[in-house]
Design a binder for this molecule. Structure first.
Ligand SMILES: [Zn+2]
Ligand SMILES: [Zn+2]
Length: 179
């Protein structure tokens, strides 16, 4: 079982970036939103805080989605391709209060490349542990959000509390209409 904190954090960050598309609280909605995402997930290293950087992180969103939503064999191919495309040099890093953990690129590499490579490293962990099934698509009818289920009993079905609540309200209304 994979359990490294950096794996979980990289996956959660990538899921939030992918699921933010079309949401009001998109972490890629503005330079400030990306800045908040960077802080929230305790990123370190280069962060330009420019519209160009924001645009290039946005441009990786489709690749992040493919990494997170492909079946295991296809995902392995995408992982290899992503690591090779950004010239990843996996290495151990230790900084601030964080003990030795994996980095895929030097700290001065562009943020979108580091996000892509760190997502690929995290997927490497999931693939090796044969735990790709921890990732799925939201069970709400009209949502294609990614669900990362790390719960012991694999009970998570929705991408967000918004979807959980929406589906609960719809089910309640359906029951009311029938009675
Ligand atoms: Zn680090
Ligand atoms: Zn959803």
């Amino acid at each position: 079982m994979f359990n490294a904190d950096d794996t979980v954090s990289s996956l959660e960050s990538a899921v939030a970036l992918v699921n933010g598309a079309d949401q009001d609280d998109d972490p890629l909605g503005s330079v400030a939103a990306l800045d908040a995402h960077y802080s929230r997930f305790a990123y370190t290293g280069r962060h330009d805080r420019t519209r160009e950087e924001l645009a290039s992180v946005r441009a990786t969103r489709a690749r992040l989605r493919a990494l997170l939503s492909s079946e295991r064999d296809a995902s392995a191919t995408l992982v290899n391709k992503a690591l090779s495309d950004v010239g990843a040099v996996p290495h151990l890093a230790r900084h601030d209060t964080t003990d030795w953990h994996l980095h895929a690129l030097p700290a001065d590499a562009p943020l979108p490349d580091r996000i892509l490579a760190e997502t690929a490293l995290a997927m490497m962990d999931l693939i090796r542990a044969d735990e790709v099934s921890r990732l799925g698509i939201c069970a709400a009818d009209d949502c294609d959000g990614i669900v990362l289920d790390l719960s012991r009993n694999r009970s998570k079905r929705f991408c967000s509390t918004r979807c959980t609540n929406r589906v609960a309200v719809a089910a309640y209304r359906a029951r009311q209409a029938m009675s």
